[in-house]
Design a protein around this ligand. Structure first.
Ligand code: AGP
Length: 607
């Protein structure tokens, strides 16, 4: 997703802007640019490609010294990645960087063209910049111009703007796309996300919907949509600056895979007391005791976590739980009844579809709970109740540690729900909680199988298609394992309910087709093996993941990865590790950009 950085203060701003953009690279982008407001006026430089392309341009075509400026990493929505379509977009009096989508840009573009505006790009942002220029020429005042622009624009924006006749000042406006302001000594900042502020300040505030702001050296002024000054709550970032650094790890993803035992421990210790989940006051027992259906909503990996959550809630608490893809939920007019609960799961707390799903639930008067990793994120601020995961910043685009802690919180909810509703005896709830708390220690030796998974990755690195199969929760894990592999190694794979393979897709299985078979659930173990045998008989190459003591027939699998015995319901917290490592090594072996895979963004803040 696009990243925004802005600065006003005593430093030469270019270095601050470039360093901020570097901290935002993890969001995913295809071009970058900066603009400064110097004595000579606004000057901008922008380039398609990585930040290095922009830095090279700045070497050959340097910018003048300036104390205020804006920067942007672009993830193309309207208009292909190119130098010209990159931000900032400049007009005679201003420069704009934008995160979001202008839904009515075509109509606005036509109107502005009629007024004589000539467009040079295909982007919606240029339309927004030209609209703002037109409003500024009419009003002569930046905030009035931003308000006039806001009245015409449909869609989403996080904006940072330089006005040529407002030295030292950066103007901001926010609608759906997050913006945070950072407070320093005689300097202030704006960024899309906290990591970009950390080298300079930990003190920040989050702009709310439709708020605008002015940064002017040590002065930050925030205004409501009517232009009235607003006092903002100052927050302190809990992350140490190095939290968003790779350190000696080759990739953020490997670092984050290996952080899972610790962040799982951190998350569990936040919510467990006396061998029971303790979720109040965020999630009161009274609500859990009077539940109708739990709707679990998310995207991508978060949605896959919801699938495991469904199994846990239904098997422990005997409460109906439904998993919803957020982008579907928001448009399918879902049936939500009094007593239902909508649980949105998100690492970033900024995923547009998940946010919209939450808004829909609120409009229907249904209580909403957010399970989210980023404090102060839009989802956390919009939900009625919040349970934070403690994964720390997840920088790699492929979500790993966030998935594990999402599972942990969903398990805790399921156990607490079972306890509060007396669906299970107190002793059993405590036993499950203890078993959950024992998982981090069991994850550690599994991470020791990294070399084994590297070998397994070598066997499939040249595959063009492969399958992940499993039953029950192993099917849920197959979906997550398949997504991990696809998104960072670009190898096409499909996840299939093992029992479904024979209903068509097995026709694709030929000699050497790789199949990753998950068989950790004893109730369906033999059934899953039968399905694997069917594929094996047609030449499949099988990597089998199963429990420590599971009997594996000879010649059934080319590789067998065994997982430590644990409460079967909790096995996903173990199964996921070899799957993440398999995807990681496949990506490395194929020379892919592990942390920043092509086309992907860390947080999809647009539809
Ligand atoms: C997972 O590896 C992907 N990066 C992606 O599917 C992600 O899980 C999805 O976009 C949801 O993001 P969120 O958890 O921040 O809402």
């Amino acid at each position: 997703m696009c990243g925004i950085i802005g600065y006003s203060g005593y430093r030469a701003c270019l270095h601050v802007l470039l360093e901020g953009l570097e901290k935002l690279e993890y969001r995913g982008y295809d071009s970058a640019g900066v603009a400064v407001l110097a004595a000579e006026g606004i000057q901008a430089r922008k380039a398609q490609g990585r930040l290095s392309a922009l830095e090279k341009l700045l070497e050959t075509s340097p910018l003048p010294a300036a104390d205020c400026g804006i920067g942007h990493t672009r993830w193309a929505t309207h208009g292909a990645p190119s130098d010209r379509n990159s931000h900032p977009h400049c007009t005679p009096h201003l420069a704009v960087v934008h995160n979001g989508i202008v839904e009515n840009y075509a109509a606005l573009r036509t109107e502005l063209k009629r007024q004589g505006v000539e467009f040079i790009t295909e982007t919606d942002t240029e339309v927004l910049a030209q609209l703002l220029e037109s409003c500024y020429q009419r009003t002569g005042e930046p905030l009035a111009a931003l308000q006039a622009m806001a009245a015409r624009v449909e869609g989403s924006y996080g904006l940072a703007v330089l006005f040529c006749d407002r030295p030292g000042q950066v103007y901001l406006a926010r609608r759906h796309s997050p913006l945070i302001v950072g407070y320093g000594e005689k300097e202030c900042f704006v960024a899309s996300d906290i990591p970009a502020l950390l080298p300079y300040t930990k003190e920040y505030a989050v702009l709310d919907e439709e708020e605008m702001a002015l940064l002017d050296h040590g002065r930050v002024e925030v205004y409501d949509p009517q232009g009235r000054p607003v006092e903002k709550e100052h927050l302190t970032a809990q992350l140490p600056a190095q939290a968003a650094d790779k350190g000696s790890w080759p990739h953020f993803m490997l670092k984050e895979i290996f952080e899972q035992p610790q962040v799982l421990q951190d998350t569990l210790s936040t919510y467990v007391a006396d061998d029971l989940p303790n979720l109040a006051p965020a999630l009161p027992d009274k609500l859990l005791q009077n539940l109708g259906t739990v709707h679990l909503v998310g995207c991508g990996t978060a949605m896959h976590a919801c699938m495991v959550g469904k199994t846990a809630i239904e098997s422990l608490a005997r409460v109906p739980a439904q998993v919803e893809v957020a982008s579907e939920f928001r448009y399918r007019d879902p049936i939500l009844l009094p007593g239902d609960l909508v649980v949105t799961v998100s690492q970033s707390g900024e995923t547009s579809d998940t946010l919209a799903a939450l808004q829909l639930a609120k409009e229907r008067g249904i209580p909403t709970l957010a399970i989210v990793n980023v404090p102060g994120s839009s989802l956390a601020r919009a939900a009625d109740m919040v349970l934070y995961t403690q994964a720390g910043p997840e920088i790699a685009v492929a979500s790993t540690k966030a998935y594990s802690v999402q599972l942990a919180v969903l398990y805790l909810i399921a156990i607490r729900m079972a306890w509060a509703r007396k669906a299970l005896p107190d002793a059993r709830c405590r036993q499950l909680t203890r078993a959950l708390c024992a998982i981090p220690a069991m994850q550690q030796p599994l991470l020791g199988k990294a070399e084994e998974m590297k070998m397994a990755a070598q066997a499939l690195q040249n595959a063009s298609d492969l399958f992940f199969v499993g039953r029950g929760m192993d099917y849920s894990l197959s979906l997550e394992g398949s997504l991990k592999l696809k998104e960072i190694s670009y190898i096409h794979s499909e996840a299939y309910a093992a029992g479904e393979l024979k209903h068509g897709t097995i026709s694709l299985v030929t000699d050497g087709t790789p199949i990753v078979a998950l068989a950790t659930q004893s109730a369906v173990y033999e059934k899953t093996l039968s399905n694997v045998k069917e594929a094996r008989a047609r030449g499949a190459r099988v990597l089998l993941l199963c429990s420590q003591n599971a009997p594996v027939p000879d010649a059934l699998a080319d590789e067998v990865v065994r997982l430590p015995q644990c409460e079967e319901l909790l096995t996903p917290l173990l199964t996921i590790l070899p799957l993440q490592l398999l995807a990681y090594y496949a990506s490395v072996l194929r020379g892919c950009d592990v942390d920043r895979p092509r086309n992907l963004a860390k947080s999809v803040t647009v539809e």
